[in-house]
Design a protein around this ligand. Structure first.
Ligand code: PLP
Length: 361
């Protein structure tokens, strides 16, 4: 290419999604694949969402509601907030992007744990901002070390809670302590993509800090608990004045019409949500027992995935699992750890059988 890119673009890593099932089938000539790589809902989408999409399909020649009015109102009613406190994105990923574009100037610092969700770092770089990465401590966000790295230049702080890929949480008392140390020119982003899975009572709800008047943005998604990852719907909750600014950088019709209908319907699908929670808890216990029985250490999770130590080079384990038809995820900077999404009982059993074979080699 002859035309010169912005300098920062060359430094960006391309997001590596979990391997698509069809690609693996073709590559390895396998018939049946279990994908436990992207923390998707193993039960499929919310049935109510499927019905809503089917019904809405004949209206797809119309542009969608550009302000996602009904969905914002439904979310606001649930959360006990005004709809002006909510913005909807093409996945919560898009809201991360909007926040970066709206807030980051070159030289601003963006504080984040590492490893964590891999979009925070490139989005900082995209804007010429400086990612400040604080290693986890015992697989958890090191809140004290993060506080020590706050500076007058810190514009954004990402708290990934529960943290992806480890599934651990920062507790309410840790976050209370941290928020007291954050300066007035810093915005704290609570990425709560796995909020609906958490069972621990000391889990802090980011919205409480918004209510207390701190400068925060809370991100949640329909991709996990509601099973709509393929449609792309996530939302942000923040001060009305911030949401108004984010709307300036938002694409005009960023959330497609079918996605809006699906999300509205999924929100009412209590039965699907409880079944998903129950499946996740049962799968979690099964996998904990299977790991323990095989002497494999793992990190206790508050999400729908488990970080475990295979005790072998993670790249090799990943490849061998793939050859057995099970896609999991590695590459988190730990030499022998990988992440597995908690699946259905049958998927979990296939994973355990494949892992046992791979580790016996
Ligand atoms: C921590 C975290 N944040 C955000 C996202 C993005 O979710 P969405 O599908 O809403 O863009 C994910 C998806 O895996 C995630 O794990």
């Amino acid at each position: 290419m002859v035309v010169k890119l912005r300098g920062c673009v060359e430094t960006l890593s391309v997001y590596q999604p979990g391997k698509p099932i069809e690609e693996v089938k073709r590559e390895l000539g396998l018939e049946e694949i279990v994908k436990l790589a992207s923390n998707e809902n193993p039960l499929g989408p919310s049935p109510r969402a499927v019905a809503a999409v089917t019904q809405a399909a004949t209206g797809m020649h119309f542009y969608p509601d550009g302000s996602t009015c009904r969905l914002r109102e439904a979310l606001a009613a649930r959360l006990g907030l005004g709809s002006e406190a909510i913005i909807v994105g093409n996945g919560s990923n898009e809201i991360l992007q909007m926040l970066s574009v709206a807030l980051l100037d070159p030289g601003d610092e963006v504080l984040m744990p590492v490893p964590t969700f891999p979009r925070y770092e490139p989005l900082a770089r995209l804007m010429g901002a400086v990612p400040v990465e604080v290693p986890l401590k015992e697989y958890r966000m090191d809140i004290e070390a993060m506080a020590a790295r706050l500076s007058p230049k810190t514009k954004l702080v990402y708290l990934c809670n529960p943290n992806n890929p480890t599934g651990t949480i920062a507790t309410r008392s840790e976050i209370d302590w941290f928020m007291e140390r954050v300066g007035p020119d810093t915005m704290v982003v609570f990425d709560e993509a796995y909020y609906e899975y958490v069972t621990r009572p000391d889990y802090p709800d980011g919205i409480d800090y918004l209510r207390k008047g701190y400068s925060v943005m809370v991100l949640r998604t329909f991709s996990k608990m509601y099973g709509l990852a393929g449609l792309r719907v996530g939302y942000g909750i923040g001060e009305a004045s911030l949401i108004a600014e984010l709307n300036r950088v938002r694409e005009p019709f960023n959330v497609n019409a079918l996605a809006q209908e699906a999300a509205l319907a999924a929100l009412t699908d209590e039965e699907f949500v409880s079944l998903t929670r129950r499946t996740n808890e049962e799968g979690k216990n099964y996998l904990y027992q299977a790991f323990t029985a095989r002497g494999i250490s793992f990190v206790e999770t508050e999400a729908n995935f488990i970080f475990f130590d295979a005790g072998r080079e993670e790249k090799v384990v990943f490849r061998r699992m793939l050859e057995q038809g099970v896609i999991i995820r590695g590459g988190f900077g730990y030499p022998t750890h990988l992440r597995v999404t908690i699946g259905t009982a049958a998927q979990n059993a296939r994973f355990v059988a494949a892992l046992s074979r791979v580790l016996a080699e």
